[in-house]
Design a protein around this ligand. Sequence first.
Ligand SMILES: [Zn+2]
Length: 306
Amino acid sequence: MALTVLWVAAAMYVERKTVSTNVSITGIGLHSGIYTKVELHPVPAGNGITFVRADLDGLRIPALQASTTSLDYATTLGKDDVAVGTVEHLLAAVMAFGITDLDVHIDGPEVPIVDGSALPFMHLIDAAGVRALGVDVPVLRVSEPIEIVDGEKSIRITPSNRLVLNHKIDFSHPAIGRQSYRFDYHRDNFLRKIAPARTYGFLRDVERMRAAGLARGGSVENALVLDDRGVMNGPLRFRDEFVRHKILDLLGDLALLGRPIVGEITANRAGHAMHSRFVGEILRKTVGTIDESEGTQPAAAIESFA
Ligand SMILES: [Zn+2]
C-alpha cells in the first residue's frame, strides 16, 4: 500500500524580535584560544540571525544550516574560508528569547566561551532588552515524525504545538552515567534550568584535541573537566549538569533552522553532528510546506515562545 505523507505546517505564527540596543561581550574562544569581542546589533524584520566578521570588511555569515562547516565538538559556521566557531551557546540564548533577527558582529573566528554556559549570553541579551518587530514569522510544525538513527545514537521529532526537548546520555563515567532531561521551552525555564549548565570535556582527550587545534582556550574556568574518577573543578551547578548542557547545545543548533519550530524532540546520545543532520532532514522534509509570506494575523498563542 502506498503511503503518502504530507508535511503540512499549520498556520502558526510568532512575532519577530530583535534586541533593543547594541551590547557587547569579550572573551577567549574555547577551541581557538583567540580573544574576540561579540557585539549584538538590532536589525529590521526579515534580516534573520547573521554573524558579521567585523575584522573582515563585515563579511556576513547567516546562522543557517547551509552555512555549517564543522561539527567537531562545537558548531562552526563559515563562508569563503572564513569561519565563526562555537556559535551554539550564544544561539541557544538567542532562541530562548525568541529573537529571530539579529546581527552578531565578531572580530575573530570564535564566539567567547565565557564560563562555558549560556548564562552570560542570557544576561547580555537581557541587558540589551528585546524589541518586538510587529511582523510575524511562520512556525515550523511537522505533521509526521522525523527520525535519524545511527547505531546507538538517535534523534526524532513528533508533532506538538509546543517545543519540548528531551535528551539522554550514557557515559560510563562515575560522574555522569545515565542522565536524561525533559525541557519545556520557555525563557524562564531556560534561564533557571538549562542556561547555567556548562560545557564539559575529558582530561584524557585534551592532548589529542589540542594537537588537532581544539580546546586551546579551554581551562577549568570555562569547562567542567573530568578525569577518570570525577569532576576536577566542581562543584556541579546541577547533579545532571551534563545532560542539561546537551539540551542547551540542541536548542542552539535548532537556531540553524532559521525559523521557530514546535514539536517534541527526543535525542539519545546525539551531538552536534547529529543535531545538524537532523536540522537538515527537517528542512528537506518540510520545504515548500511553509507559507513564507509574512503573517498578518495575531501571533498564535504559543505560550512556550517567551
Ligand atoms: Zn556546548
